[in-house]
Design a protein around this ligand. Structure first.
Ligand code: G1P
Length: 291
């Protein structure tokens, strides 16, 4: 079945970025001059999907405003003959059809995804976590969709992480040859202790899910951290042979982490023709001074 819809949970508080996130959504923090969430929405658009649902919360109005038209700003830019900025602003509102639903209590990622139930109804769909920026061509979500068409099961994006980092992720237990880029998963565990991790293969925030996940999420008890965990629902499906893991290609940044955010900012700056050269000069002068 064709995948037409995607869901982006964007309801978290962003406590790791306080005080910046005290009065603005963490998803609106810019990587250079583009809010982080726009990179994710563009990935969905570039993967050919039509409809997008954002799971938001009380403090997330600026996200809706960002993807809406801003008629006053457009008029202002038109009067100033600033056509390049006018195009840029107008194009954001044309990116995709975006729908919004509020998660009324922050009960975990599994609960956030459950909020998409009536929007999704009876189709397979993509889920993208906005803390994971993945740059590359083809877009990661497109790769995941291709993987789903090969397996017909749920697919989770995975990458190898260091032993000391397994406690930050959902970790998969491979059922087949995990050296391949697409392999079956026999179980998953959310944020295991290092000694108990079944592998170093961490789930990164891209998923293809089937609507059967909703029946599982509906009755799922809280797991790690007292939250309803998507990983726990996937674990139930994995035990029935209904989950595959996919090693994606592309550069992934954990922008929920300060260092990851900085790395993404630096790499994007270095890829931008308008600033790369002067930024590189600045960096070299820093290195020469041993700073
Ligand atoms: C979430 C998921 C986790 C996954 C991670 C990927 O955790 O619960 O399984 O590995 O995203 O970034 P979070 O980082 O939101 O705590």
């Amino acid at each position: 079945m064709e995948i037409k819809k995607a869901v982006i949970p964007a309801a978290g508080w962003g406590t790791r970025f306080l005080p910046a996130t005290k009065a603005q959504p963490k998803e609106m923090l810019p990587l250079i001059d583009k809010p982080a969430i726009q990179y994710i929405v563009e990935e969905v658009r570039d993967s050919g999907l039509k409809d997008l649902l954002l799971i938001t919360g009380k403090t997330k109005r600026p996200i809706e405003d960002h993807f809406d038209r801003s008629v006053e700003l457009e008029d202002f830019l038109r009067e100033k003959n600033n056509n390049s900025m006018l195009d840029l602003v107008e194009d954001i509102a044309k990116l995709m059809d975006i729908y919004y639903v509020r998660q009324k209590a922050q009960l975990g990622l599994g609960h956030a995804v459950y909020c998409a139930r009536s929007f999704i109804n009876d189709e397979p769909f993509g889920v993208l976590l906005s803390d994971d920026i993945i740059l590359g061509d083809p877009p990661c979500l497109q790769q995941m969709i291709d993987a789903y068409h090969k397996t017909g099961t749920a697919v989770v994006a995975v990458m190898e992480v260091k032993d000391e980092e397994v406690h930050k992720y959902g970790i998969v237990f491979p059922a087949g040859d995990s050296n391949r880029n697409l392999f079956p998963v026999s179980s998953l565990v959310e944020k295991p202790f290092r000694e108990k991790a079944p592998s170093n293969l961490a789930v990164i925030g891209r998923y293809i899910l089937l609507p059967e996940i909703f029946d599982i999420l509906e009755d799922l008890p809280p797991g790690r951290g007292g939250e309803i965990q998507l990983t726990d629902a996937l674990n139930i499906l994995a035990q029935q042979g209904k989950v595959h893991a996919y090693r994606f290609t592309g550069q992934r940044y954990d922008i929920g982490d300060k260092l990851g955010f900085l790395e993404a900012t630096v790499d994007i700056a270095l890829s931008r023709p308008d600033i790369a050269e002067s930024f590189l000069r600045y960096l070299s002068s820093k290195v020469q001074r041993g700073a």
